[in-house]
Ligand binder design. Structure first.
Ligand code: HEC
Ligand code: HEC
Length: 278
């Protein structure tokens, strides 16, 4: 009877910890947030197709004073360092943007950059160029026609993040100096080498396309990646920050196997010893 009481008390406390304390602590440390949204529900639907030839003309007229398009051999007149100094960051090369950004996001962005990335009003370096919805559709059609759809995870990460962030473990750094980007963004974007460990995959997944949701008031604009591109970025940051993960996971298999064999041997040994005793 006494043992049963002890067992009941034990079960009660284990149950309380398991179903009460642990979920509560988890909820405090990782508040429930809506999952990452790759449809950008808040943005109106815009035309994302059109005439690529017209788009090409529009890009030549409207974009290449600030953006290179290396695929078409279009370079910036100034050096990267000077451009970074002018805008706070080097505007991304436009060759592959349509392969990593959601197309409806892009169409909205081209018409209204600051609001689309949810930057602080008056702070975003790309001005509103007064481009119509129809023209934005032509531009997206053009950018889509030149984009390389087979970018590696590393290339996508560089395109999407390294305009602002360093990844020192890979030896990649942004062009803009700490002082200049701080002046532009209000703070120096942290190095991403170890971010997979400090923040975790779950956080990154919710953060990239909607930083404000997880870090209210943050200076980081939202990025606008497709689901696939974001998965590649996270996969890449995982590889940089935790390069031994696969090795570790495969090691677990051998360790478990080792213990399984040991268990069998120990059991056989016990059986043989008990045979001697009886
Ligand atoms: C006056 C310079 C200027 C012009 C003109 C300009 N941009 Fe930009 N653009 C920028 C800067 C600066 C950034 C980077 C801003 C940042 O990351 O804070 C940027 C960022 C972008 C991005 C990245 C968006 C994202 O979500 O991160 C795209 C795509 C883009 N521009 C497309 C275009 C297209 C298309 C045109 C022409 C229709 C254009 N830009 C014209 C300066 C310019
Ligand atoms: C236009 C510049 C810009 C781009 C592009 C950008 N970031 Fe950031 N990021 C920032 C800034 C600025 C901060 C610092 C925010 C602050 O201090 O509020 C930041 C902070 C962060 C943080 C830290 C968040 C925290 O909770 O402390 C992470 C993680 C991050 N960025 C990941 C990324 C990833 C991944 C990408 C590419 C997909 C990316 N960023 C693209 C500017 C940028």
């Amino acid at each position: 009877m006494r043992e049963l009481k002890i067992l009941a008390v034990l079960i009660f406390f284990v149950g309380l910890t398991y179903w009460g304390v642990e979920p509560y602590a988890h909820q405090i440390m990782h508040p429930e947030v809506s999952p990452a949204d790759f449809t950008f529900k808040d943005l109106p639907k815009q035309p994302t197709t059109g005439d690529a030839a017209k788009g090409k003309e529009l890009v030549a007229a409207q974009c290449i004073s600030c953006h290179s398009v290396s695929k078409e051999g279009i370079k910036l007149a100034m050096s990267d360092a000077d451009v970074a100094n002018t805008y706070g960051v080097v505007p991304p090369d436009l060759s592959n943007v349509a392969a990593i950004y959601d197309h409806n996001f892009l169409a909205n962005f081209i018409q209204n950059p600051e609001a689309t990335v949810k930057a602080k009003p008056g702070k975003y370096a790309m001005p509103n160029l007064g481009i119509s919805a129809e023209d934005a559709g032509h531009i997206v059609a053009y950018l889509s026609s030149i984009a390389n759809k087979n970018l590696t995870a590393k290339q996508i990460t560089e395109e999407a993040c390294v305009r602002c962030h360093n990844i020192k473990y890979e030896g990649i750094s942004r062009v803009a100096t700490d002082a200049r980007i701080k002046e532009y963004m209000g703070s120096v974007p942290p190095d991403l080498s170890q971010v997979i460990k400090s923040k975790g995959e779950h956080y990154l997944n919710g953060f990239i396309n909607d930083p404000q949701k997880l870090l209210h008031g943050t200076a980081m604009p939202r990025v606008g990646l497709t689901k696939d591109a974001q998965a590649k970025v996270i996969e890449h940051l995982e590889k940089v920050g935790d390069p031994k993960k696969d090795e570790r996971n495969s090691l677990a298999f051998w360790i478990l196997g080792y213990f399984a064999i040991l268990t069998v041997l120990t059991y056989l040994w016990k059986v043989s010893k008990f045979k001697e005793v009886h």
